[in-house]
Ligand binder design. Structure first.
Ligand SMILES: Cc1cc2nc3c(=O)[nH]c(=O)nc-3n(C[C@H](O)[C@H](O)[C@H](O)COP(=O)(O)OP(=O)(O)OC[C@H]3O[C@@H](n4cnc5c(N)ncnc54)[C@H](O)[C@@H]3O)c2cc1C
Ligand code: FES
Ligand code: FES
Length: 482
C-alpha cells in the first residue's frame, strides 16, 4: 500500500501526497510546479488550451505511450506512473537542447499564433499527432486538432504549420524523455494499491476488481472515477463533491477490449480511442460515430463504462448498444450479474446499479451478415458537440422484405428509447418510402422530445421521421422512391 502518487513531469520525478493529489492536473502544473505554459480557459474539456501529452508506461515494450489529454479535467491521482509533457518540456530536454520542436518552429513560420492563448494547447496536440505518424496527411492534422479552439487565426495558418512541419527532424517523446530510468523508478509500484488522504478527502486506487468492490461495499457513498471526462466537468462546476473517491484507472483488467465470439468485449474502463482502433473494420458505422465523439483528448481517456453509467439520454454509444442487445456485467460483493442494456435504465439518470456494485464489462454482439445497421448523430456542429439527436436502426432484410426491425432513439425522452410499436409495424412490410413514411407517424407517437438549447421538440420529431427515410435511402438507394 502506498500513500502518495508518483508522477513524472517532463521526465522529472514528483512524489505527490495530501491535497495536491486531488488537484486537477492543470492546476497542479500551474499552481505547484509553476509551469504556466499550460493555459486554462473553459475548464470543461471543450477548448484544448490545457492540452498536455500524457505518457502511460508500457512495461512490455519498455516505453511510454504518449497521447494528448485535457489537463483541466484530469486529476493528479489518476496519473500514477505517467510522464506528463508540457509545452515547457518540448524544447527543454536532452535531445532538443533548448531548440524548439518542429511544430513550434512551423507555428512561428506560418503565423499560427496571434494572441497566443490557444497556442500551447495546439502545439501539444500537434506534437501528439506526430507520436502516431511521422508523415501526417492534411486530414490527420485536421482530425487531430478537433479538440482545440482558436478565436484569432481562422485555423488555416495552424493547419499550414502542421503541413509545413519538418517532421523528419522530429524527435519522439520516448527519445526526448528516456523511458528506462522512469520505468525502473516505477518498478513494482504499478501493482501497489494507493490510498491518499487530505484533510477532507480520501482516494482509493486499487489494481483489481475485487479490491475495488471491497471499497464500494465498505464506503457506499464513494464516488467512482474512470476517465473523469464527465466527473471532471462537474467537479470544476462545483457540482461533484465527495469525501471518498474510488479511482478505476489502475484496475488493469477493466481496461482491455477485444473482438471475441462475434462481439465487442470491453472492460468498463476501455477508452474510446482503444475501441475506435479495434472496430474500424468490423463495425465501421460505430467507428464513424466515434470519430465525432468529443475530441482526441476526450476519447483518449473517456471510457465506455463512464458513458453508460453517466446515463445521459444523448450519450452517443447507447443507441448502438440498445439495438445490439448489449449485455452489461455488474460486479458487487455478492458476485457478478448480467443485465441487458434495454433493461438497465429506469428513468432520467436512474439505473439498475445497486450500492456496492460497479459496471465491470460490456459485451456488444456485432450485427449478423444479413442485418443492415445505420447509426445517426445529429448535432449543431460536426466535431466536439453534444448531440441534438441520436439514433440506431437495425433491420434483417430478405430482398425488399423487412424480416425484423430494431430501433433506438436518443434525445427524445429521459432515457434512450426503443420503439416497439414502430418495430412491430415494420416487421413483414416491404422496405419502401410508403412504409417508412407510415412508420414515421408511429415513431412520433412513441417519443416525447423536449425543447432545449440543442433543438426544439418539433425539430426532434421531424428528425425522428427523417432518419427512417435516410435509412431507406442509404440501404436501398436504387429502390428508395419506388
Ligand atoms: C468536451 C467533452 C465532449 C464530450 N463529447 C461527448 C460525445 O460526443 N458523446 C458522448 O456520448 N459523450 C461525450 N462526452 C461525455 C463523456 O466524455 C463520456 O460520457 C465518457 O464516455 C465518460 O467516460 P469517463 O470514463 O470519462 O467517465 P467519468 O467521468 O469517469 O464517470 C462518469 C460517471 O460514470 C460513473 N462510472 C464510471 N465508470 C464506472 C464503472 N465502471 N462502474 C460504475 N460507475 C462508473 C462515475 O461515477 C460517473 O458518475 C463529452 C465530454 C466532454 C467533457
Ligand atoms: S481549459 Fe478548455 S479544455 Fe481545458
Ligand atoms: S491565437 Fe488567439 S485564440 Fe488562437
Amino acid at each position: 500500500m502506498r500513500d502518495y502518487i508518483l508522477l513524472f513531469v517532463n521526465g522529472k520525478r514528483n512524489r505527490i501526497d495530501g491535497a495536491d493529489a486531488f488537484r486537477t492536473v492543470s492546476d497542479f502544473l500551474r499552481g505547484v510546479l509553476n509551469l504556466c505554459g499550460t493555459k486554462i480557459v473553459c475548464s470543461e474539456g471543450d477548448c484544448g488550451s490545457c492540452s498536455v501529452l500524457c505518457g502511460t508506461p508500457d512495461f512490455q515494450n519498455r516505453r511510454f505511450s504518449y497521447k494528448p489529454i485535457d489537463s483541466c479535467i484530469r486529476f493528479v491521482y489518476q496519473l500514477d506512473g505517467c510522464n506528463i509533457v508540457t509545452v515547457e518540456g518540448l524544447a527543454d530536454n536532452e535531445v532538443q537542447g533548448g531548440k524548439l520542436n518542429c511544430v513550434q518552429q512551423a507555428m512561428i513560420d506560418c503565423h499560427g499564433s496571434q494572441c497566443g492563448f490557444c497556442t500551447p494547447g495546439f502545439v501539444m496536440a500537434m506534437t501528439g499527432i506526430l507520436e502516431d505518424s511521422n508523415s501526417p496527411s492534411e486530414n490527420d492534422w485536421r482530425r487531430g486538432l478537433t479538440g482545440n479552439l482558436c478565436r484569432c487565426t481562422g485555423y488555416s495558418p495552424i493547419i499550414e504549420a502542421g503541413l509545413r512541419s519538418d517532421t523528419k527532424s522530429s524527435a519522439s517523446m520516448n527519445d526526448c524523455f528516456e523511458p528506462t530510468a522512469m520505468l525502473d523508478a516505477i518498478g513494482n509500484a504499478a501493482s501497489q494499491e494507493i490510498t491518499v488522504t487530505s484533510n477532507t478527502q480520501t482516494i482509493y486506487s486499487p489494481t483489481t476488481i475485487d479490491q475495488a468492490v471491497q471499497y464500494l461495499v465498505q464506503y457506499p457513498e464513494v464516488k467512482i472515477v474512470a476517465g473523469a471526462t464527465d466527473v471532471g466537468v462537474q467537479f470544476n462546476k462545483g457540482n461533484c463533491e465527495a469525501e471518498v473517491w474510488l479511482d478505476l484507472n489502475r484496475v488493469w483488467s477493466m481496461k482491455t477490449v477485444s473482438l471475441t465470439g462475434g462481439a465487442i468485449v470491453a472492460g468498463a474502463g476501455a477508452t474510446w480511442s482503444d475501441i475506435e482502433i479495434l472496430i474500424e473494420n468490423d463495425l465501421p458505422q460505430f467507428h464513424q460515430i466515434l470519430t465525432w465523439f468529443g475530441s482526441p483528448q476526450i476519447r483518449n481517456v473517456g471510457t465506455i463504462g463512464g458513458n453508460i453509467v453517466n446515463a445521459s439520454p444523448i450519450a452517443d454509444s447507447l443507441p448502438l448498444m440498445f439495438v445490439c442487445n448489449a449485455e452489461l456485467q455488474l460486479t458487487g460483493g455478492d458476485g457478478t450479474r448480467e443485465v441487458n442494456i434495454n433493461d438497465f435504465y429506469q428513468g432520467y439518470k436512474k439505473f439498475d446499479l445497486q450500492p456496492g456494485e460497479l459496471l465491470s464489462q460490456i459485451r456488444i454482439p456485432l450485427p449478423e451478415d444479413d442485418e443492415e445497421l445505420r447509426l445517426y448523430k445529429i448535432s449543431r456542429r460536426q466535431d466536439l458537440d453534444i448531440s441534438s439527436f441520436t439514433g440506431a436502426i437495425k433491420m434483417k432484410l430478405s430482398g425488399r422484405k423487412i424480416r425484423s426491425a430494431v430501433i433506438a432513439y436518443g434525445a427524445v425522452g429521459p432515457v434512450v428509447l426503443r420503439l416497439p410499436k414502430t418495430e412491430s409495424f415494420l416487421a413483414g412490410k416491404e422496405l419502401n418510402e410508403e412504409t417508412m413514411v407510415a412508420a414515421g407517424e408511429i415513431v412520433v407517437s412513441e417519443i416525447k422530445p423536449i425543447t432545449d438549447v440543442r433543438g426544439g421538440d418539433e425539430y426532434r420529431l421531424q428528425l425522428a421521421r427523417n432518419v427512417l427515410l435516410k435509412f431507406l435511402h442509404e440501404v436501398r438507394p436504387e429502390g428508395a422512391l419506388a
